[in-house]
Write a protein of this length. Structure first.
Length: 217
């Protein structure tokens, strides 16, 4: 969590995320479309890892009738989310903490974008189960994070992602990421979703080492 509590990192987060994630704005648009397939016009949406606020802003602008509950461990990132949202903050209840800090709902949909790759397998499973427990039957969960293609060289895929971001030291930074991020294979990621109680799991996004899925509670 240290970088997400660093004011310098937080100040540059929006620009960094746009550079690091292929189709970053489009990922948010696709996520809103997938949620809307199963959520009503006046939906309550749970956003896990809501710090930064860019996805919250995209969802709020796409669906004027939605309200949001956001959780994030970093107070600094939640402050950034409030600044990014501006007047849209009135439609978002933001809580510092992990998913356990979120009210019980039930919610009409949920997202967890660019977050699960920070969690070890058992922590991911616990997080996914807690999200599932808060969702209405048939509600959609959208996740996206670093995930190694089955049988692939994780270091190579991370190097490609960092090269996409314009990193001149992509090889070295990829080695550090591979050591410190508990990245799972795509098969393991999908297995965890099933183990947490989700079904109809489908891949909808892939950008170098990043993968995104939609699944139903």
């Amino acid at each position: 969590m240290q970088p997400f509590n660093d004011p310098t990192f937080v100040a540059s987060y929006a620009d960094t995320a746009r550079k690091m994630v292929p189709g970053y704005a489009d990922l948010h648009r696709m996520t809103a479309i997938l949620l809307a397939e199963h959520a009503p016009a006046a939906a309550e949406i749970l956003v896990v890892g809501a710090g930064g606020g860019l996805e919250l802003k995209a969802f709020a602008e796409a669906e004027p009738g939605w309200r949001f509950t956001g959780v994030d461990p970093s107070a600094e990132m939640l402050d950034l989310a409030r600044r990014i949202l501006g007047p849209l903050t009135a439609r978002a209840d933001l809580h510092q903490g992990i998913v356990d800090a979120a009210p019980s709902g039930p919610y009409d949909g949920a997202t967890c974008l660019l977050t699960l790759h920070f969690l070890k397998r058992d922590e991911r499973l616990s997080t996914l189960r807690e999200i599932h427990r808060r969702l209405k039957p048939g509600a959609a969960l959208v996740v996206a994070h670093h995930s190694a293609p089955d049988g692939a060289d994780l270091h190579r895929w991370l190097t490609r992602s960092l090269a996409f971001a314009g990193k001149s030291t992509a090889e070295t930074e990829a080695a550090t990421m591979a050591t410190h991020l508990p990245v799972l294979t795509t098969a393991d990621d999908e297995a965890l979703l099933r183990e947490a109680g989700f079904s109809s799991i489908a891949l909808f996004y892939a950008g170098f080492s990043l993968r995104g899925w939609v699944a139903l509670a």
